[in-house]
Design a binder for this molecule. Structure first.
Ligand code: R5P
Length: 286
């Protein structure tokens, strides 16, 4: 097996090759003066199972992924596995208003033209993966999030909404502590309303878990509701830290330690590694 790291996921791709004891090649990706993507895999041949590790977000990384798929095929890759740590466009998983595209399906149909197997991590809507004709699996980060927080004296795990309650359950069960969810209503792209917490939060150290933090609106509202309900401390963990428009700074001030995410997107607080989960999956028989 040979791991090819795209520019979104260099550290994770290297960690995977170390965990699997296999060869690692970093794609040499640059931009033409007009912004178009140029990439090259500098190797004589790739006559082996090839794994490309690359996000499909932002759009520039999606284009790089398409080019890498073609390059590895041309270099002789026998079977191509895509590891897409953060799958962009998964939230537009259906037509919400007439005239919209089904963005997740569009991306999958194009990615699916040149691959034999796909792994994602905590994709927003798992069911969209069924648009791939090849074997696919969404891997769950809950165990590594739970293990990270195990020694940290957490009393209660909460998801910010009903949609993420299974994640809170998975983390809470592994930590052996109670879990629940909050009620969230989205008011706009960046504003949400979270109802006052129903559960007893007084004096508790609470961990909020979510699949992603984008603008941070959800976490700000959830933290506020929990502090008003008397929580002693609120820690935050998500799988994908997008942190758009300086959301990380707004959420933490200088206290970066109160927000953590996995290394599906590499940033200042992506200290929870999903390399073990992905390498275990890559070892499985096809
Ligand atoms: C929503 O369904 C997701 O699970 C996240 O809660 C949401 O995308 C977070 O977005 P933001 O940080 O912009 O509130």
């Amino acid at each position: 097996m040979i791991i090819v790291g795209g520019s979104s996921s260099r550290d994770l791709a290297k960690d995977l090759s170390n965990a699997l004891g296999c060869r690692y090649i970093q794609a040499a990706t640059t931009r033409f003066p007009d912004g178009e993507c140029y990439t090259r895999i500098d190797i004589e041949s790739l006559n082996d199972d090839v794994v490309i590790v690359q996000n499909t977000y932002p759009d520039s990384n999606l284009i790089e992924m398409f080019l890498l798929q073609d390059a590895v095929k041309k270099m002789g890759a026998e079977r191509v596995t895509l590891v897409i740590p953060y799958f962009g466009y998964a939230r537009q998983d259906r037509v919400f208003k007439p005239g919209e595209p089904e963005s997740a399906k569009v991306m999958i149909k194009h990615l699916g033209m040149m691959c034999d197997r796909v792994f994602t991590v905590d994709i927003h809507k798992e069911s969209v993966l069924d648009y791939f004709d090849c074997p696919h699996e969404d891997l769950k980060a809950a165990p590594v999030i739970a293990d990270h927080f195990m020694p940290k004296n957490i009393d209660l795990v909460l998801s910010p909404d009903l949609g993420a309650k299974d994640r809170a359950r998975a983390v809470g069960e592994r930590m052996g502590i109670p879990y629940d969810y909050l009620d969230k209503v989205r008011l706009s792209g960046s504003d949400v309303r979270i109802s006052p917490a129903q559960m007893d939060c007084k004096g508790k150290n609470i961990l909020i878990v979510d699949d992603m933090i984008s603008t941070g609106g959800t976490i700000v509202a959830a933290k506020q509701a929990l502090m008003e309900a008397g929580a002693k401390s609120v820690s935050v963990a998500c799988t994908h830290g997008l942190f758009v428009n300086n959301a990380l700074e707004r959420l933490t001030g200088n206290a970066l330690e109160s927000v953590l995410c996995c290394n599906t997107l590499e940033n200042q607080v992506s200290h929870i590694s999903v390399a073990g989960i992905i390498s275990d999956a890559l070892k499985k028989k096809w």
